[in-house]
Design a binder for this molecule. Structure first.
Ligand SMILES: Nc1ncnc2c1ncn2[C@@H]1O[C@H](COP(=O)(O)OP(=O)(O)OP(=O)(O)O)[C@@H](O)[C@H]1O
Ligand SMILES: [Mg+2]
Length: 262
């Protein structure tokens, strides 16, 4: 069921080994409408994964609240699915058993979970590989299995942490199209993290630009391009340039300072 998501004044600090606290998120506020495809754009170490882990319920914020359909929900693990930054398939389980893993944890009987996982593998074009182990799959296929494993549990909100960043251009762009087709069918709410401006513009309804840590939302940039989008279109390129300018000016890298230092 498509669900809206509200982040209210989220803060997160980690204790430092030297004592004191290390603030990573500071007053992150955001509202994501039901069925929207949102990207969160920020550089390395901006707190993107921390933010997704908190939304997923794997970690708790130091302050602030997360609302699903206007209700504060502390136990979100079943309702919010996370595709992690590192593909963490279980190497001793086959493709089918990896996809069925979350269903097994929920106590679904074997025949039922295998039936459901097989349906996802067919939809993802991976049915021929259902008996293969992760080491026998390509990087793109492993990423698809990781996405199937999250979607099969029917989460209300899907979080994706740079799922395509380690893939080559061809595989990345084809998986982006695949993801958009899935989203068009499911109409679930997706929060997709990336540091890639072109990816953010190609995929999303709007882009949430993060500041360096302690991270907050610098700007919400709408992407008013009609779908299906054309990467090579002039309007797409113009928007990428605009976003890149804003992204560059929100970055913590001081190029003049760096030139002087080198
Ligand atoms: N469990 C933790 N304990 C202490 N510090 C942490 C912890 N998790 C993350 N951090 C710190 O929080 C900051 C943000 O990390 P995070 O992984 O969220 O960034 P990111 O934007 O996802 O980076 P990347 O683009 O490299 O994946 C980093 O400085 C990191 O060292
Ligand atoms: Mg990360």
């Amino acid at each position: 069921m498509p669900t809206d998501l509200t982040l209210e004044h989220l803060c997160k600090s980690y204790p430092q080994t030297t004592g004191g606290l290390f603030p990573v998120l500071e007053d992150v506020c955001l509202h994501v409408e039901k069925g929207a495809f949102v990207t969160v754009l920020g550089g390395n170490g901006y707190g993107k994964s921390t933010l997704l882990r908190i939304i997923s319920g794997m970690e708790q914020p130091t302050q602030g609240r997360i609302l699903l359909n206007g209700q504060a929900v502390r136990q979100r693990l079943g309702r919010v699915g996370l595709v992690s930054q590192e593909v963490d398939l279980l190497p001793w389980r086959t493709t089918l058993d990896n996809v069925a893993f979350g269903l097994e944890l929920r106590g679904m009987p074997q025949a039922k979970r295998e039936h459901l996982a097989s349906a996802y593998l067919r939809a993802f074009g991976l049915e021929k590989f259902s008996a293969c182990y992760p080491r026998e799959l390509s990087g793109g296929m492993r990423q698809k299995v990781a996405i199937a494993r999250t979607l099969v549990t029917a989460p209300d909100i899907i979080l994706m942490d740079e799922p395509f960043s380690a893939l080559d251009y061809q595989t990345r762009t084809s998986l982006q199209c695949f993801l958009l087709q899935l989203w068009a069918k499911l109409r679930e709410t997706i929060v997709f993290v990336t540091h890639d401006v072109e990816e953010a513009v190609f995929l999303s309804d709007y882009i949430v630009l993060l500041s360096p840590i302690p991270a907050h939302v610098v700007e919400i940039i709408p992407v008013p391009l009609a779908r299906p989008r054309v990467r090579s279109a002039a309007a797409t390129a113009a928007l990428c340039r605009q976003v890149l300018e804003k992204y560059g000016s929100s970055s913590c890298v001081d190029n003049d300072e760096m030139r002087r230092a080198l």
